[in-house]
Design a protein around this ligand. Structure first.
Ligand SMILES: O=C(O)C1=C[C@@H](OP(=O)(O)O)[C@@H](O)[C@H](O)C1
Ligand SMILES: C=C(OP(=O)(O)O)C(=O)O
Length: 430
């Protein structure tokens, strides 16, 4: 049980949030299948990205990791080796699904296993299209759940229309397509994060984007690159919300990734009337970054749905907290994907926030939140349910709660933000 700081008088100061999780995974993966030595700066040393490194080491890739500096000795597109041990993906859905895309193309056998949360997450969304391409995949319930066994190689291209807007599905198919003679195409119902497309280009490959359709031709040679990973906007989101709802606050977040497929949280803060400014935007060619300043704000409710959802999917738990501190009724819809994350995030957000005074109800595809409500706790135990984003949301909620509370399962936060409590403490202390 970790005690949480409640009734925080102000949050002030500047922080650099850690590197982007999605980009860190992809830099290791593309570095491993490129030719030459890739360097990665500002890598996220969170548990999920360390799982990705571990899996590629088991396939014969030499990777040195020193904090946020990583060097990957690329093996080329056909150079990965059959692992003689099980590949452990830990808690990481991104590792599991993108790795399956690469393994689908490798002419050897591999087994994938993860933690109890991964064992409940649907994998048919990638194993089905990869099987259509010719990979042999088996697992519980017809290849929908880990442990999974895969034997790849000899793929044929597909033209796939994905039923979900998922960057993990899109990326798995594109990565398999990279090894496959001919042109592989994925169409998605709305635009998901495009880090794979951008990074393939950074490594000298070609990807064609036409609206919601992305195509890649196979047997391209990727060349090693020097990757700088921007700060993770999904991590910054916790402090953007904290700065908006804690009294007397002003927080500067430096070098945050501002890829437009990820900035839904900024749109929502602006719609809700937050005092947010964006400065020093740069690096727009590869992955845009900038500095964000947030101040205590008078907030009003909003509606969130449609094409905005994939642009803020991981931020919905912290947006739910934001909505409890805004005047009016906030409706979040079209977000059924939340049910298949590290936890069912509709249930865990509603259950935990209700414990200390939020007026929040679950719907089939989202939630309805009525604000503004005071949050109060008397020796209350809240629970991350092993989900990093629920744990961080609850720690920020504590800042605007009167009373006392502690967090069960705080260790889950190391999955994406190992220095979260240090940063929170630094902002409280100033
Ligand atoms: O591709 C990625 O790096 C991710 C895609 C999203 O998942 P889906 O593809 O399942 O939407 C997101 O929730 C996850 O945290 C990271
Ligand atoms: C859903 C998440 O990650 P993943 O799918 O990689 O486990 C997340 O980080 O919120």
């Amino acid at each position: 049980m970790q005690p949480l700081q409640t009734n925080v008088p102000s949050l002030r100061g500047a922080i650099h949030v850690p590197g982007d999780k999605s980009i860190s995974h992809r830099a290791v993966m593309l570095g491993a299948i490129a030719e030459g030595t890739t360097t990665i700066a500002n890598f996220l040393p969170g548990e999920d990205c360390l799982s990705t490194i571990d899996c590629f080491r088991k396939m014969g890739v030499a990777i040195t990791q020193n904090g946020t500096d990583v060097v990957v000795e690329g093996k080329g597109i056909d150079g990965l080796q059959e692992p003689n041990d099980i590949l452990n993906v830990g808690n990481s859905g991104t590792t599991t699904r993108l790795l399956l895309g690469i393994l689908a193309a490798c002419p050897f056998h591999a087994c994938l296993i993860g933690d109890a949360s991964i064992a409940k997450r649907p994998m048919a969304r990638v194993t089905k299209p990869l099987t259509m391409m010719g990979a042999h995949i088996d697992g519980r319930e017809g290849g929908n759940y880990t442990p999974l066994a895969i034997r790849g190689g000899n793929l044929r291209p597909i033209q796939y229309e994905s039923p979900v807007a998922s960057a993990q599905v899109k990326s798995a198919i594109l990565l398999a397509g990279l090894f496959t003679e001919g042109t592989t195409t994925v169409k998605e119902p709305s635009k998901s994060r495009d880090h794979t497309e951008r990074m393939v280009r950074l490594f000298g490959g070609e990807v064609v984007v036409d609206g919601l359709t992305v195509s890649i031709s196979g047997k391209q040679t990727l060349k090693a690159a020097d990757v700088y990973v921007p700060g993770d906007i999904s991590s910054a989101a916790f402090f953007l919300v904290a700065g908006a709802i804690v009294p007397n606050s002003e927080i500067v977040l430096k070098n945050v990734g501002l890829n437009p497929t990820r900035t839904g949280i900024i749109d929502v803060l602006e719609q809700m009337g937050a005092e947010l400014s964006i400065e020093n935007v740069r690096n727009e060619e590869t992955e845009p970054i900038g500095d964000l300043t947030i101040r205590t704000s008078n907030l009003k409710a909003t509606e969130i749905g449609g094409a905005l959802i994939p642009r803020l999917i991981d931020e919905i738990p912290i947006i739910a907290l934001l909505a409890t501190q805004a005047d009016g009724t906030t409706v979040i819809k079209d977000a059924a994907e939340l049910k298949v994350k590290e936890t069912n995030r509709i249930d865990t957000v509603v259950t935990e926030l209700k414990k200390f005074g939020a007026d929040i109800e679950a719907t089939d595809d989202g939630m309805i939140i009525r604000g503004k409500t005071p949050l109060t706790a008397d020796n209350l135990a809240v629970d991350s349910h092993g989900d990093h984003r629920i744990g961080m949301m609850l720690a920020i909620a504590a800042c605007v709660t009167n009373g006392s509370m502690s967090l069960q399962g705080a260790e889950a936060i190391a999955v994406s933000y190992p220095t979260f409590f240090n940063h929170l403490q630094a902002l409280i202390g100033q």
